[in-house]
Design a protein around this ligand. Structure first.
Ligand code: KIV
Length: 259
């Protein structure tokens, strides 16, 4: 059965929420059986295109990958990242989010930021576009990618930002690299689920980039855990293929056509 945003909110304090990124149909269809949310993250810029920053990701790229992901999803909620410079003001955000919703048939969009983006979030929600928030490290605009909540001022700001986002109507908030105790404070302070990445077990759910989880990306980031080594598995398959081709063992008659 197709998951609903309301069911996701109800999971808070009952069951952890499982979120992963996907950028294409085949991967999405594997994740769909196990995830609450599949996120088409603009992390695809670095993961797939070797971009230095997510700022280089375009709306067109996000839409194309999202269309592919959509084909693999039957039940999970699908959230699409709005890329950099596509939501600078409420009308730009509404125009571009409408396009993303229409073209990709996603369930929601995700925007990075706190207080500054509140008028934008409100405009989208007023126009029936569900929004997921994203605070902590903001890859689209931050200059330094160090964890958040070291200083009191920063912690207070994050607590305020998450409350503002909740009041503006977002259904969930990603906390990226937020200090452990602060993640707990924020998660207890708001009624909507927090989804952590590098933000400890104190969040209501967890998200990882799929290529990091599978070992395809060779990521060395502190918060990444390689749950399986797909690179090795692919390599083994490729080696076997090569060996059989060289020894003329593949293809066999059963893989060939005869009259
Ligand atoms: O772009 C992305 O994949 C993300 C997640 C890491 C939360 O925003």
């Amino acid at each position: 059965m197709k998951k609903k945003i309301l069911d996701l909110i109800k999971k808070k304090d009952k069951q952890k929420i499982v979120v992963l990124t996907a950028y294409s149909k085949n991967v999405a269809s594997i994740l769909d059986k196990h995830c609450d949310i599949i996120l088409v993250g603009d992390s695809l810029g670095s993961v797939l295109y070797n971009f230095k920053s997510t700022r280089q990701v375009t709306l067109e790229t996000m839409i194309n990958h999202s269309k592919s992901v959509r084909l693999g999803i039957k039940k999970s909620l699908m959230v699409v990242d709005m890329p950099y410079n596509t939501y600078r003001n409420p009308s730009e955000a509404l125009k571009n989010s409408r396009l993303v919703m229409k073209e990709t048939k996603c369930d929601a969009v995700k925007l990075e930021g706190g207080k500054k983006i509140i008028p934008i979030v409100k405009r989208l929600i007023k126009n029936k576009i569900p929004v997921m928030g994203h605070v902590g490290i903001l890859p689209q605009t931050d200059k330094k990618f160090t964890f958040k909540g070291k200083k009191l001022k920063e912690s207070v700001r994050l607590i305020k930002d998450t409350k503002l986002l909740e009041n503006a109507g977002v259904f969930s908030i990603v906390l990226e690299c937020v200090e452990t105790k602060l993640s707990k404070k924020i998660s207890n302070h708001i009624k909507i689920p927090t989804i952590g990445i590098g933000s400890s077990v104190n969040c209501d759910g967890q998200v990882l980039v799929i290529d990091d989880l599978t070992g395809l990306s060779q990521s060395k980031l502190k918060f990444v855990k390689k749950f399986v080594d797909i690179t090795k598995m692919i390599e083994n398959g490729v080696k076997k293929f090569k060996s059989e081709v060289l020894k003329k063992q593949f293809p066999k008659a059963k893989h060939s056509f005869s009259k």
